[in-house]
Design a protein around this ligand. Structure first.
Ligand code: ZN
Length: 50
């Protein structure tokens, strides 16, 4: 399984996923805000049923 971090760049208003602990923006190359901690096989669709 891949460990990926989900991130968002406020400058470019883009988001992405990278398999690194400290990802950088693919557009501007700057620092990004990690919006989700690195997790195993990130899934966008599966929401927990509480
Ligand atoms: Zn950026």
């Amino acid at each position: 399984m891949a460990v990926v971090a989900h991130w968002f760049c406020g400058l470019c208003e883009v988001e992405g996923r990278d398999a690194v602990k400290e990802p950088s923006c693919w557009n501007c190359g700057g620092a990004v805000t990690v919006t989700a901690r690195p997790s195993l096989e990130w899934t966008d669709s599966a929401l927990p049923d509480e």
